[in-house]
Design a protein around this ligand. Structure first.
Ligand code: IFM
Length: 471
């Protein structure tokens, strides 16, 4: 296998292809992307796009509280208005359809659909029903995430994910949603990126609810995974025809040197980012190395929990963005050693498509029961500007092309990858970075809410049109 995922397509730095090629996106003829059943879609999440945080009975979420706390989000931004998708959803779905995207991954705002006593909020439910019905009418495959970080604040007030009871409340919420929406959802994901909820939310405090303690992180993770495990049989009972899974963000860690200590550091990085979630889901146990990294942080696990967590999955959603180069910290952990001279995005994240391929092929070796995979998020932020009505997001075009080449290489190496969702359909509220970081393939002018399709989206649309036209 080539060392560089870009090798499958021509390697184009943004500077090389900018304006100089007719179509810098279309994959080569032998790419798996040409297979009509390889789903190509785009993703969003409720708090990042909906706005309307006080409307139709929606309750506050932990992100309303966190973003209203001075110093937590860049420029004091909040999701109060975001992309105003709650009011503009019809036009947004039309836009998605006009791009020929075949799948849409969205999330449901738990505080919009249930009151504090666990009763349904009809107005909130109707919003999602209308939206999902419209996707169905348009023939767009729907992937619905139940939890993309907007925990109802009233549950956080009772301990949030540190309280085991939250896992049972999540199962109740799943029961309501899957009874109400059965038949309109093609695939359910219980959680988006439990690593972020547990570690950024409870371990380092960069995300809501903003607590910082490693022991909290491992306990929150356990309750999140338990919530997932409790929800899977509920989904199977209420909506048997749909696929059920979970979405994990994964990180590639490479060693700064050949020294045993740095190699060990890279291993521990991947344990902390990947095995912490995937081992319980796919092996029914936590990786013991995690507790070498964070001594004394073993979560309280009750009898039967690990069996619940390891409930069989129909698919695994994988979100991939970048790699981290690490060295030993001289104790029992790792520290980042940023590489000089590498390509980075507006987030400062290194562009490293090989990491996606290498992780996917590695998982296939590690987990004999690895379910079919969807890349449920991949994309990059850039400081995109509308010039004469156009957004020429050349770095993103190159990024997408190279990452799709990496996916193709993983498929050719035997990994069962069935689809890919761009992150994101449109620019949106990028959590602690507010509105400054633009991940969309559609530009949003937040002062007018005008959407402008970026060149990357035009090229994806062109490819999808060509693929559809093939016999
Ligand atoms: O915007 C986020 C998304 O909500 C979860 N995955 C990573 C994206 C980019 O940071």
């Amino acid at each position: 296998m080539a060392n560089d995922a870009s090798a499958a397509f021509d390697t184009l730095s943004p500077a090389v292809f900018k304006g100089s090629l007719a179509d810098p996106f279309t994959p080569p003829a032998d790419s798996s992307l040409w297979r009509k059943n390889f789903l190509l879609g785009a993703a969003t999440a409720s708090y990042q796009i909906e706005g309307a945080v006080d409307e139709d009975g929606r309750l506050p979420s932990i992100w309303d509280t966190f973003s209203a706390t001075p110093g937590k989000v860049l420029a004091g931004d909040t999701g109060a208005v975001a992309c105003d998708h709650y009011h503009r959803w019809e036009a947004d779905i039309d836009m998605l359809a006009s791009l020929g995207l075949e799948g849409y991954r969205l999330s449901i705002a738990w505080p919009r659909v249930m009151d504090a006593a666990g009763r349904p909020n009809r107005k909130g439910l109707d919003f999602y029903k209308r939206l999902l019905n419209r996707l169905k009418e348009k023939g767009i495959t729907s992937f619905v995430t139940l939890y993309h970080w907007d925990l109802p604040q009233h549950l956080e007030d009772r301990g949030g994910w540190l309280n085991r009871d939250t896992a049972y409340r999540f199962a109740d919420y799943t029961d309501l949603m899957s009874r109400e929406l059965a038949g309109t959802v093609d695939a359910w994901a219980t959680l988006n990126e439990p690593w972020c909820s547990a570690y950024l939310g409870y371990g380092n405090g960069h995300h809501a609810p903003g607590l910082a303690n490693d022991r909290f992180a491992t306990q929150a993770m356990h309750h999140l995974l338990l919530a997932h495990g409790l929800a899977i049989p509920v989904l199977r009972g209420n909506d048997p025809a749909s696929q059920k899974g979970i979405v994990a963000n994964i990180g590639r860690g490479t060693a700064n040197s050949d020294s045993a200590a740095d190699q060990r550091a890279a291993h521990l990085f991947e344990v902390q980012h990947n095995a912490w979630i995937l081992d319980p889901l796919l092996k029914g146990e936590y990786p013991q190395d995690l507790f070498e990294l964070w001594p004394g942080t073993e979560p309280l696990v009750l009898d039967g929990d690990m069996r619940t967590i390891a409930a069989p999955l129909d698919f695994l959603g994988i979100n991939y963005y970048f790699r981290t180069n690490v060295a030993s910290d001289g104790a029992h952990g790792f520290c980042d050693v940023p590489l000089e001279g590498v390509e980075r995005t507006q987030m400062g994240w290194e562009v490293y498509p090989d990491g996606l391929r290498d992780l996917l092929t590695g998982f296939k070796k590690t987990y004999h029961n690895l379910p079919p995979i969807y890349i449920t998020e991949n994309g990059m932020a850039s400081d995109d500007k509308v010039i004469d009505g156009h957004v020429d997001d050349t770095q993103r075009i190159s990024f997408l092309k190279r990452h799709l080449a990496a996916v193709d290489q993983a498929i050719k190496a035997g990994v069962d990858v069935r689809g890919y969702f761009l992150w994101s359909l449109m620019d949106n509220f990028e959590w602690a970075f507010g509105y400054e970081r633009r991940f969309g393939v559609v530009h949003v002018d937040y002062s007018t809410q005008k959407r402008t399709v970026k060149r990357s989206a035009e090229l994806v649309a062109k490819f999808l049109k060509e693929r559809k036209a093939r016999v």
